[in-house]
Design a protein around this ligand. Structure first.
Ligand code: CMP
Length: 347
């Protein structure tokens, strides 16, 4: 589409471009027809057509032939192919997150927008009054002054309209500084919104994983909430060293899924979902006693040392179960596969 707008392009190349564009249109039309047929056969045709995806699919196909039927020149009609780019939105998962953040933060964003509008209008009126006599072509009307205010407040500053009076320049400086502040505020609101949304999503996912770990199954909901806030999820590929022997330990791990191999002198011990490891260094304050490596892709929940002690203080039964398991590991050469810790011991 871009190449078709270049005037110097050779004629035969131009016709192959148009053929390629028609092929693309045909593919999208075929895709649209199949989707329509499938949705209408399951009584959801209208819902699909009125959904954002349905509208985007329709926009990719319908306007181009209509433009040709109305006699629009090919070069202009094919500019409607730019609507195809909207199809990419279906494959951007972050967009739904962006919309949610904008929706959640709409009040804060709107307040900044109102301040933006206030500064914009007041600055435009002031510059119109101060500069219209000297530069009627730049500040002669309020819309002209508003153009200057927008380019200045957004700190774009094309330089096509510049105040000449001292007061005008003073106001321009203030507007530029306001612009920086307002955009900083907008960015701050969006960044906080994103981080809060990520925390909410993470919390929901961690909650789900925590309830799947048998060790926590008998915890009351309030304790699970407390724990889900403390735990961090870590997805690890196979053959990844999670703990290295001799290193200081600052956290312990609960296994939501997968398998790890604990490399101790008496031979490797395998731990599966529901088990925990990395507790010894926290309990004894010493270095890691063994190297722990994943054997398959695994999902771990990390509990930092400070959270471990805080949680242990509130839930001594759980802390005792962890200590008992650590004692058992320290004493006996583990034989074969070690399963999840004894539930009775935990509660
Ligand atoms: P830590 O010493 O912090 O780091 C290595 C971890 O391997 C250790 O805590 C235990 O969680 C785990 N570990 C050590 N020995 C054994 C064992 N015999 N059986 C199962 N796990 C062990």
């Amino acid at each position: 589409m871009c190449a078709a707008t270049v005037p110097g392009i050779r004629l035969e190349f131009r016709s192959s471009l148009f053929v390629a564009l028609w092929i693309c249109t045909a593919v999208f039309a075929f895709d649209f027809a199949i989707k329509l047929w499938l949705r209408f056969s399951s009584q959801q045709g209208l819902d699909y057509l009125l959904s954002p995806q349905g509208l985007i699919d329709a926009l990719a196909v319908v306007p181009i032939p209509i433009a040709f039927l109305l006699g629009v020149p090919a070069e202009t009609a094919w500019l409607l192919a730019s609507l195809w780019i909207l199809k990419l939105t279906a494959n951007v998962p972050g967009l739904s997150l962006l919309w949610r953040v904008i929706a959640l933060e709409s009040r804060a964003l709107a307040s900044v927008f109102v301040i933006f509008a206030i500064v914009l209008l007041l600055a435009a009126v002031a510059l119109h009054v101060l500069e219209r006599a000297n530069q009627p072509e730049k500040f002669g009307s309020l819309p002209l002054s508003l153009w200057w205010a927008v380019t200045t407040l957004t700190t774009t500053g094309y330089g096509d309209a510049v105040p000449k009076t001292f007061l005008g320049r003073l106001i321009a400086g203030g507007v530029m500084i306001c612009g920086l502040g307002l955009f900083g505020l907008w960015a701050g609101i969006l960044a906080t919104g994103f981080s809060a949304e990520y925390r909410r999503r993470d919390f929901a996912r961690t909650w789900d994983l925590v309830t799947r770990v048998p060790f926590f199954r008998n915890l009351d909901p309030a304790a699970i909430v407390e724990l889900a806030r403390m735990l961090r999820r870590l997805d690890v590929a196979e053959k990844t060293v999670v703990i290295r022997r001799g290193r200081p330990g600052d956290c312990m791990y609960f296994m939501a899924s997968g398998e790890v191999e604990v490399r101790i002198e008496s031979g490797p011990v395998r731990l599966g979902p529901g088990s925990f490891f990395g507790e010894m260094a926290l309990l004894e304050g010493g270095p890691r006693t063994a190297t722990v490596v994943t054997t398959i892709p695994s999902t771990l929940l990390i509990l930092d040392v400070s959270d471990f002690h805080a949680f242990a203080a509130h839930h001594p039964d759980l802390a005792q179960a962890v200590e008992a398991e650590a004692r058992r590991r320290r004493i006996g050469p583990a034989n074969g596969k070690a399963g999840p810790p004894d539930q009775a011991a935990a509660h």
